[in-house]
Design a protein around this ligand. Structure first.
Ligand SMILES: [Zn+2]
Length: 221
């Protein structure tokens, strides 16, 4: 092989190194789609109109923030079974606001496995006031079962990946969502429709934002 050709291959190799490194950053995502049908679409549109106050909404969202949660349910399968029905069973306070079931875009298991339930740009009900612009990531865990190191790593990788795809401005814990009240981000027609949240906790969010190289101060505008 002539040196000219070897040189060309070397240059091509150098060119592909960053691509290979980037490819490694893409996390493994297992598709586990929940029911999306005409009724879920109709209830989502109603939510966007009645709760967020949008006129002529679509179920397509432009993700600007990521909200991290814990499930309070202790398995991936149980979480997916909870989110799968279109209508919300029980939870009267939430039912009064909308019949649409809660859900999220991703669920992360205790071992860090990532499952996708809905496309990232499809509306999901997981955070009052912010659903219209937020990707929801649920983590299997609770106050009694704090999130694991594997989940911290998986959230970091998944969010880094999502940040390369969308103009994400905030990564918040569900317990921080009320910081957005009285800002232009907040879109909820009833000022009294609020629930108190503690998931996933300050320690997890501090560590996650540190991994992401993001400021701890939300600096909401
Ligand atoms: Zn939550």
């Amino acid at each position: 092989m002539g040196t000219k050709r070897t040189g060309l291959f070397f240059i091509l190799f150098l060119y592909f190194i960053p691509l290979l490194l980037m490819a490694q950053e893409r996390p493994t995502i297992v598709q586990r789609p929940i029911t999306w049908n005409a009724e879920r679409e109709r209830l989502s549109l109603e939510y966007l109109q009645n709760r967020h106050g949008f006129v002529n909404p679509t179920v397509h969202i432009d993700p600007r923030m990521i909200v991290v949660h814990w499930t309070d349910v202790l398995s991936v399968d149980k979480t997916i079974r909870t989110f799968n029905p279109v209508q919300l069973p029980g939870r009267p306070q939430l039912q009064k606001a909308s019949a649409l079931n809660v859900s999220a875009h991703f669920v992360i298991g205790r071992d860090g496995s990532v499952f996708q339930l809905l496309p990232e740009t499809t509306f999901a009900r997981h955070t009052i006031g912010l659903n219209y612009c937020a990707i929801g990531i649920e983590n299997v865990g609770s106050a009694r079962y704090p999130l694991t190191e594997a989940q911290l790593e998986a959230n970091t990788k998944l969010i880094q990946y999502l940040m390369t795809k969308y103009g994400i401005q905030y990564v918040i814990g569900h317990h921080e969502y009320q910081d957005f009240r009285n800002t232009s981000w907040w879109k909820e027609t009833n000022p009294d429709y609020l629930t108190q949240k503690s998931d996933p906790g300050a320690t997890f969010m501090e560590r996650l934002r540190l991994n992401l190289g993001m400021s701890q101060h939300l600096a909401v505008q």
